[in-house]
Ligand binder design. Structure first.
Ligand code: C2E
Ligand code: MG
Ligand code: MG
Ligand code: MG
Length: 291
């Protein structure tokens, strides 16, 4: 398109592209040392059961506190970590830290909940990944039932038998597997029944469309009933309003996560939320806490 709009436009794009490449290189360079410098941290976002109204889990979400720049969102650096191979070390750190943290909270006597960890498809290409997960559980003392892996729906997962096998091995050990961003990829629905998964996470794109778009309502209804008929649990992500919640509740969605309840919280804030839950509050405030 740049070419069509003339020479100047083309030169402009080319300069922008150069800038982007150098930006990526600079990010890759400082990301390489971010782990050792302690610049990575995890936030935790509660997940609630619509059946009991209680917090039954949380998702670990990575942040990079880049000196002089601030908090870098994962969408900006995870793709770079993937293309440079750094994702392996970062992914190991995330898994280890999240498991350790969950075990620490359990040892403090806080309510037992499940920790969900995002896994990149690059990590699943490692044939030793299943034993890495087991090793981490043994090292941290966390029960496999208190860990869940979120894997983004992608062609790779559906088409590569090796990845399906790794997921199957992990599931066999008692760890839950969920399909993240469900509905965003063109998916072969017939293949879904063959995947070793327990849960789908309905992408927030549909959740956000519920109020205005009858089509998004139809898609959401369809996806929930498909998943339920396959014996899978359904989690809705990105729930921001009472109307979205009411719709999901009436359509038999199992679990929800989103700003309507909680934003991603620091470990200290999450611990406080668990303490409050332990103190016997039937249902947490429907109130946004955190940044
Ligand atoms: P995701 O796994 O689909 O995570 C959901 C994203 O939605 C998170 O963004 C979360 O902060 C955001 N979110 C939660 N509730 C709401 C809401 O009510 N409204 C809106 N608008 N957004 C909401 P975040 O933390 O920026 O993470 C983005 C993506 O980065 C994640 O998408 C995940 O794919 C990836 N990611 C995060 N942490 C990790 C990690 O440790 N490893 C890997 N491989 N990927 C990660
Ligand atoms: Mg996720
Ligand atoms: Mg998602
Ligand atoms: Mg996502």
């Amino acid at each position: 398109r740049a070419k069509e709009s003339g020479k100047n436009q083309y030169r402009f794009c080319s300069a922008a592209m150069k800038e982007e490449v150098s930006e990526r290189l600079s990010v890759a360079n400082s990301l390489a040392g971010a782990l050792e410098r302690g610049e990575l941290r995890l936030l935790y976002q509660p997940q609630l059961s619509l059946h009991s109204g209680r917090i039954i889990g949380m998702e670990a979400l990575i942040r990079w506190e880049r000196p002089g720049i601030g908090s870098v969102p994962p969408q900006l650096f995870i793709p770079i970590a993937e293309s440079t191979g750094l994702i392996s070390a970062i992914g190991d750190w995330v898994l280890r830290t999240a498991c350790e943290q969950n075990k620490t909270w359990q040892d403090l006597g806080l309510p037992r909940v499940r920790m969900a960890v995002n896994i990149s498809v690059h990590q699943l290409r490692d044939p030793g990944f299943a034993s890495k997960v087991t090793g981490t559980l043994v090292a941290t003392g966390l029960d496999p039932e208190d860990l869940e892996l979120e894997v983004t729906e992608s062609g790779a997962i559906r088409e590569q038998d090796q990845i399906v096998q790794v997921l199957g091995e992990i599931k066999q050990k008692g760890v839950s597997i969920s399909i993240d961003d469900f509905g965003t990829e063109y998916s072969s629905l017939s293949r879904l029944k063959q995947l070793p998964v327990d849960k789908v996470k309905l992408d927030m794109e549909f959740v956000h469309g519920i109020e205005e778009s009858p089509k998004d309502q139809a898609i959401t209804r369809g996806m929930i009933s498909l998943a339920r008929n396959l014996g899978l649990k359904v989690v809705a992500e990105g729930v921001e309003t009472q109307a979205q919640l009411d719709f999901l509740e009436s359509r038999m969605c199992d679990e929800v996560q989103g700003y309507y309840y909680y934003r991603p919280l620091s470990a200290e804030e999450m611990e406080e939320v668990l303490r409050t839950a332990a103190a016997g509050e039937r249902e947490p405030d429907r109130r946004v806490i955190g940044p």
